[in-house]
Structures are given as structure tokens and as C-alpha cells.
Design a protein around this ligand. Sequence first.
Ligand code: FE2
Length: 393
Amino acid sequence: MEMDICYGGIPSRIPNNSMGIRGYDFVEFYVGSAKHVAYWHAKALGLDITAYCGPETGVRDRTSYLLTSPYGMRIVITSALKPDTYDINSFITKHGDGVKRWAVEVVDVTDAFMKALKGGAVPLIKPHKIEDKEGYVEEAAIRLYDSTEIVFINHDNYRGIFKPGFGKPNQNIPFSRHETGLKVIDHIVGNVHINEMDYWAEYINKALDFETFIYYGPGDISTKYSALLSKVVRSKDGKIKNPINEPYEAERLSQIDEYIQQYNGTGIQHIALSTRDIIATVGALRDNGVEFLDAPPHAYYENLSKRDFGLTQNLNDLEKLGILCDVEGTGYLLQIFTKPFSDRPTFFYEIIQRCNGAQGFGQGNFQALFESIERDQDKRGNLTIIENPINVM
Ligand code: FE2
């Protein structure tokens, strides 16, 4: 029987970690045009627009759309409405469209924030209440990477939609959308500078009482031209997982460096969304026009067919859709990666199905992803020779 392993997204009410983290709560993007990016998430990814924030709900300087899955995934897409909406406009000017913050739901915001500070976290927003007639939400935030935040949030005393400032969507005629079966956030990945991976892994481990789960060292993920190092830190109950990549010295510009150049800093590279049926999900996403990275060659699937690891999916379907498969212990991982969701080669989504208890990240899939991104990097003319890897910025 397939175990339904899900980390985060569906918060358990009684956490089993010292920070009182129930699970992922939401991810918020800052983008140039929230209306269009929200439409893409609804029509292409098959999410529901369930709440809206803007002038109609009394908020005059920004507009946000809340997109959700029936399983509790929350994605917020936000744009500035005024030239002096500084926090959003400065982010967009520097980075383009990207993830501004990811939030975890905690039992006690002040307690989690104070513990994070004791662990060395940089405070950005002190614990505070946001109120309206439906009650209040508590929030606080600490720094992550160059311009990103980790938010602690609690909605226990709020009866309204999401949080104060949000109301029902403006569009009162529901448009057709195709169900894709996306469930919850599985993990969130960051890209950082050379020599920053250890710093940020230790920062998160100390601030959130996480642990290092996996380390890919020199030579583990590389091609003839470029390489990376990666550490996965996670909460001790495994609900929140946060891989961190840094470029590693190589002949040409690492794809992590390409991200840092194009994003103009360090930040979130991708978010993995889980599904219980990746063949149906990826089929629906492709029908909806979602672009994926190139599929691996036929030999990749021939090799898989020779291995006996209890694959229950049809291998021809996996090949037809370009889905990667990696065996891990007694389980296996099915993964596929979209092309960047915006025009800059920065943020992208991953679709993941964990089968038979697989908990890791699949070194083989990671390597295949790395090679696939590198092919696209080459098409963009960014797989350039570097004279001095230290001067990549
Ligand atoms: Fe991933």
C-alpha cells in the first residue's frame, strides 16, 4: 500500500517540535502584475482564487490574491498599487517576480519569535496582531537570505477569510479551470552565494531548532561544466524541509550563479508541490499550458525498467510526460520541474510524488534536474566560461 507521506501544508494541531510549528501556512510572491500571475496559478496550476485584498476591501497601496488547493495549500500573489509602495516596488526593481516570504503556522507566535531570536535569528517584524470584526491574526517575521522572510503566523482567533484585509474575490462568475490534483507544499529551496550555504544552514538550524538532513558535497551534483553544493535542513518532525544550494567551483558559470545574477541576490529558487497521482497531475498541467524542463533521454527509462523497486506507475506514462524517478531505500520519488514561471530564469515549481515512504530528495533526480537546467542555461547563452570563479557577481 502506498504511504501518503506529506510534509507540511496540512498543519497538525499538536506539533511535535520545540518551535510549535504546525506546518507550512502560506507563501507570498511579490510580482509586477498580481492579477495576471494569479490568473496563471488558477488556470494553469488549477488552484482556486479564494480571497482578495485591495481597494475594494479597504487596502489602498497593494493588491493580493489568495490561491488555495482543497488540501490547504495557500499561495498569495501581491503587487503594489502605488509608486510609493516601497517594500514591494523595491523588491520588484531588484529581483523581478519572486518569493518575498514563506510562513509557518505556529501555536504561539511570540514564543516562536523569541526562541528564534535566542537562536540568532535577525528580527524583521515583531509579534503583532492584525484585527478586524472577525477577530485577529498574529504574525512576526525573521530574515532569510537577501530579501526574504520567514513568517510565524497564528489564525486560531480569526473567523474571516485568511486574514484581515482579505475578502471574497472580485470576480463573481467562476471561470472554468481544470483540476490538477496539487495538494500541499512539500519543500522550499533557496539559492545562496559561494560559502553561504553553511552559514544559512546553521542560521536556520539554530533559529528554528532544525537539523541538517542531507548534504550533497563536491562532486555529488555536477556536470562537465558546472557544479553545486546542497544542504537540506528540516524541522525535527520532518514537516518543514528547506534545501539550500550554493555554486561550486567549475569551468563555467554555475546555474546557481545564473540565478543569483538574474535575481540580483539570493532567494527562493523553487517550491515543490505534492500530488498523489503525478501522472494525472502532470498530464493536466501540460494540457493547461505549463512548460516543463526537457525530459531525460530514452536510455534513462530503459535503465529504470531493469530495476525492481516496486514501481506501481506505468513507465511509458512517466517517459511520455518526462517525469523523473529515483529509488530511495524501500521507496521512490517521482519529480518533474517546470520552466521558470516568469521571464527571468529565476523561480520555478517542482511537482513531486513520494511513494512507499520516500523522504529524501533523490540524488539521481537532482543530478537530472541540474543537467536539464544547464541545457536551458546554455540556450540562454549564460553557460559562460568564467576566468575567476570568485568574481562571478
Ligand atoms: Fe526540490
